[in-house]
Design a protein around this ligand. Structure first.
Ligand code: TRP
Length: 461
């Protein structure tokens, strides 16, 4: 049905552009900021292996479902879900997937822009040599002082938001594609530069050992759950981003193999980020299990002790900022495409309005680190933590669970065979088993795990 038609928003000019765009969405703060620090906190090697298993067993099947549904619907996730529920004669309530995605996108982007703003500001802070031969104390105070000045943080958040909106306002070809063509090759280049630098830092062997030594004694059930949550976030799953991007995929592209390439690229960048960061950390005798501060305190500090550190530190934060921008644009696409369709509105205008709302919501995150640091919501979380928790730990897994179930069990068989190009046979059974049973069960486990403590604390169970 959809095969042969185009999306009204535009189309990726080739399968490879989709690979770059989806990889651009997937590769972001999740890979460079989060993956290294949670690997550090969870003992290294064993965590990496478990994470790889989660990407393969949960991430890839759900991404296939999302992209396939998007290409079938050829519109924003909300309208795609409307079409697909009609087609499958399923209950309209399934369009909830689309609505929840739009809202989750807003929430994630609101704080994503703030953290990306930190990275932007660190391009400057590092370039002017703040960290040259700095002590750990200097690096910590620099970061804390920056966070405690709302005006400065808002300034960088605003700059990041303007860049994002400016790009998405230009549309799929002139905006998204152009930015992706420019940023993605640069990102890979910068990553290689940093890897070479890390290789020569003197801590490379230790870094590799840390990332790949299998210390299975440190694995707990929780390790699995953290790894699964990370797989979700890093692959941009569960909120319709991949469905929105899937709507612009040419009909000739093979979805299964394309998705595998995207997942491999994303994982490759995460591993490279670890291999670039840990050797530098060990070369300076620093702690791997630093937590979220790893990127903004340990990394500048580590670069500051190495030859040409100011230059390479600057390169590092430019890399992070590029990665964040190509992810941020993908967070706006579900809502943007929907509003354009529903109100026949101009893309630019919609982009600006969305940007303003996200920016306003983001102020809450900015203030969580200074003037509102005492304001807490359910479970003692501050504003930022609340938005992060609800979107990442509740909405994404729920979205992914429903998407997997819908794709495998409700979509008409004809759609599956057209979109995935597979006749009924062992491959199709494997996808059904993994995508329709194993992945939803896995997600349900994470979901239960993250939601239960919150409900329990709410109702004093
Ligand atoms: N995957 C991105 C990262 O790793 C973030 C991201 C972009 C995202 N779009 C998303 C996360 C959609 C969840 C859902 O930084």
């Amino acid at each position: 049905m959809a095969l042969g038609s185009d999306s009204r928003h535009g189309m990726w000019s080739s399968r490879w552009l989709f690979v770059l765009a989806a990889a651009g969405s997937a590769v972001g703060l999740g890979n460079i900021w989060k993956f290294p620090y949670i690997t550090g906190e969870n003992g290294g090697g064993a965590f990496v292996i478990i994470y790889l298993v989660c990407v393969a067993l949960v991430g890839i099947p759900i991404m296939i479902s999302e992209v396939m549904m998007g290409r079938e619907g050829r519109s924003s996730p909300i309208n795609t879900m409307r079409k697909l529920t009609d087609m499958a004669k399923a209950h309209r309530a399934w369009t909830f997937i689309g609505w929840m995605g739009v809202i989750a996108g807003f929430m994630i982007l609101s704080y994503y822009a703030v953290i990306a703003g930190w990275a932007l500001s660190y391009i400057w802070t590092t370039a002017v040599g703040t960290f040259e031969n700095a002590t750990a104390e200097v690096a910590t105070t620099t970061f804390n002082e920056f966070l405690s000045s709302p005006l400065e943080v808002v300034g960088w958040q605003t700059l990041f938001m303007i860049l994002t909106i400016w790009i998405v306002g230009h549309g799929v070809s002139a905006g998204l594609e152009r930015a992706i063509r420019l940023f993605m090759p640069l990102l890979f280049l910068l990553l290689i530069v940093l890897l070479v630098y890390a290789f020569n830092s003197g801590g490379f062997d230790q870094g590799v050992a840390f990332m790949f030594d299998l210390k299975f004694d440190q694995v707990t059930p929780e390790t699995w759950l953290i790894a699964m949550g990370q797989a979700f976030f890093t692959l941009s799953l569960g909120m319709g981003t991949m469905m929105a991007y899937g709507a612009y995929v040419p009909e000739s592209a093979n979805i299964g193999s394309t998705v595998v390439i995207i997942a491999v690229l994303d994982t490759f960048v995460a591993i490279c980020a670890g291999l670039a960061i840990f050797p530098i950390v060990f070369a300076n005798g620093l702690e791997a299990a630093q937590g979220p501060g790893l990127m903004f305190v340990t990394i500048p500090l580590a670069f500051g002790q190495l030859p040409l550190g100011a230059i390479f530190g600057t390169v590092f934060f430019i890399l992070v900022s590029f990665a964040a921008i190509t992810s941020a644009i993908s967070l706006t696409e579900p809502a943007l495409a929907y509003l354009v369709e529903e109100y026949n509105a101009k893309r630019k205008r919609v982009a600006i309005s969305l940007g303003v709302i996200c920016w306003l919501l983001g102020l809450g995150t900015v203030f969580s680190f200074n003037i509102w640091s005492d304001v807490t919501f359910v479970g003692g979380l501050d504003f930022f933590e609340t938005v992060d928790y609800i979107s990442q730990n509740i909405m994404l897994p729920l979205g992914g669970l429903l998407i997997g179930l819908f794709a495998v069990w409700l979509l008409p068989r004809k759609v599956l065979s057209e979109q995935l190009g597979m006749p009924d046979g062992p491959v199709s059974w494997l996808w059904k088993l993994v995508g329709g049973i194993i992945a939803p069960l896995g997600v349900a486990a994470v979901f239960a795990y993250t939601i239960w403590p919150m409900l329990a604390s709410l109702f004093n169970l």
